[in-house]
Design a protein around this ligand. Structure first.
Ligand SMILES: [Fe+2]
Length: 166
């Protein structure tokens, strides 16, 4: 399919985000399980619930557009998650692995923030105000999740530092 208008680009990127969110719901339970920090584990579990809500929001967006959400695989998210899984295997269980999990999760959040920021802007340009509001809500959640990871990183990273010569 060739993409030759903002409308088509909008739909294309929405499908990409739909695929990304589906992939994230599969990865988050594994990330929670791999966390040793209770705070981090809880943050991943909470974001899994939030992600399910984000998928529902996207379902609503597709409903408004009268289009189906499927048909694309977000290759970018696939790569980001694969890299995260790889580092998980390499890092020893404990605070260093927790630090690696946070770093991987923040890559996911930033990827999503870029995606949602773009589609929110397209929605506004296309006069799809209800959709723009829905996407803005999700963008806010991704930003909050990223911020929360930043604050958890402070304690996790300082614990990880103590592991340096253990
Ligand atoms: Fe998300």
């Amino acid at each position: 399919m060739s993409v030759s208008s903002v409308e088509e680009l909008f739909l294309d990127e929405l499908k990409d985000l739909y695929s990304a969110e589906q992939q994230i719901t599969k990865s988050l339970p594994k990330m929670a399980k791999a966390s040793t920090s209770e705070e981090l584990k809880a943050a991943f579990e909470e974001h899994l619930n939030e992600t399910k809500g984000q998928i529902e929001r996207l379902d609503r967006v597709f409903e408004i557009l009268g289009k189906g959400p499927r048909g694309k695989t977000c290759v970018g998210m696939k790569g980001v998650l694969e890299e995260g899984a790889e580092v998980l295997e390499e890092a020893e269980e404990g605070p260093v692995r927790d630090a690696a999990l946070i770093s991987a999760a923040q890559r996911v959040e930033h990827y999503e923030m870029a995606g949602y920021g773009s589609v929110r802007d397209y929605a506004k340009l296309l006069g799809q105000n209800e959709i723009a509001t829905l996407l803005e809500e999700t963008l806010g959640e991704e930003k909050a999740a990223d911020k929360k990871l930043n604050s958890i990183a402070k304690s996790v990273n300082s614990s990880a530092m103590k592991m340096a010569h253990a």
